[in-house]
Structures are given as C-alpha cells and as structure tokens.
Design a protein around this ligand. Sequence first.
Ligand SMILES: O=C(CO)[C@H](O)[C@H](O)COP(=O)(O)O
Length: 224
Amino acid sequence: MVVPKIAPSLLSGDFAKLASECQRMLDYGAEYLHMGNHFVPNLTLGAPIIKCLRPHVKGFLDCHLMVSNPEQWVDDFANAGADQYCFHIEATKNAAALIKKIHDKGMRASIAVKPDTPIETVFPYGNNVEQVLVMTVEPGFGGQSFMPSCMHKVKALRERFPELDIQVDGGLGPDTIDAAAQAGANVIVAGSSIFKSESPKAVIDLLRERVQIAIDSAATSNNN
Ligand SMILES: O=C(CO)[C@H](O)[C@H](O)COP(=O)(O)O
C-alpha cells in the first residue's frame, strides 16, 4: 500500500539559507525535499547545489529536472547525491533507456507529465519507475493555481498502478489537497502553502492527514 509523503518545494524557500531551510522542513516532518529546474539546455542551479547541500541535509532529495535533455544530467545528479531523478516524458525520445540509466546510478526514477500531455504516454513505464509526477500547473513558477482538470490523469494512473507513488505538483495546499488525494495522489509537492504559512508544520501535517484519509477510504471501498 502507498503511504503519504509531503515534499516542500524549495523553490519557495529562502535561497540564501538553503541548507537550514531544508533542515527546517525535515524538522517539521517532511518526507521529501523537492527541487525543480527549468526547461533550459543548461542548469545554473543544478547538481552543484545538490552537492553543496548533501553533506548538511540527511533527508530525501527529490529532483525534478524540467530540462530539455534529461539524459545529460543523470551522472552529475547521482554523483552529487540526489535520491530521486524525475524527468519529463516530453523531453526524451527513449524513456526506457533513461530509466535504466537512472537506476544504474542508484537513484529512484520518476516521470513527469505536463498538464496538456496525455497520461497514456507514461503507461508503458508505470511498472518500471518508482514514481509518476502529474504536474497540476505549467512547470516553471511557484504560486500558480491548481488545475483540477488534471485529476482524471491521477485517477487513471491509480487505477492501473495501485502501488505506484503518484506525485502532484502545483497549487497544492489545504484548499486543494482533497481533490488530489481522492483522485489517488500520495506524494504532495507544496511550495507557497507551506513556506508562506505561519505554521508550516500544521500545513504539512494537514496535507499528510488528508492523503492518509483518502488512502484508507479507497482501501475500505476496495474491500467491500
Ligand atoms: O516546480 C514547481 C513549479 O514548476 C513548484 O514546485 C511548484 O509549482 C510548487 O509551488 P506552489 O506550491 O507554490 O504551486
């Protein structure tokens, strides 16, 4: 059975004190630390940042590569100490080979899909990756509005892959968590709702609790 995992997006953190921001989120109980990079051919904030953070941060480093050539960065991120390497299905011509490369380097593999990309594009790989990320905003910026229109993709994935980690990213917070959790998402990336809250721990706890309620409810329905 899948379990809830809450992943504060460091995009919304204070870059001048990134290591202590990571530790603060871990102290609040976050399971993952989520970092994104954009659809560009080079990475300014890439593996070097992970390498600097790794000795100071014991938590799970979840790296979402919004890049045009994801094959290029696997070695660098693995060597820097990333735990999970998430690439976009739209950005590769050979997802199977890329997944193998990520696994060979000892990282968990995750595939991301943009809001307009059909979820069927990742079905062939659902049993070969540890996670699928369904973007619920256009990749790029924090603080955008959650797109409920993406939830049918989460539902379709959960029906086919009951044990898969399904991550959602974009506009997640107390007002939107139920839609995502009830659709079947169990890994929740949240930037603004956590970092801008006066009580980030309360938000993390609430997100996790809502995901657990949805998981328990789905299990009860399946048993009846
Ligand atoms: O990768 C991202 C955008 O591409 C961010 O992780 C994501 O949007 C989270 O920010 P917020 O919770 O504020 O929407």
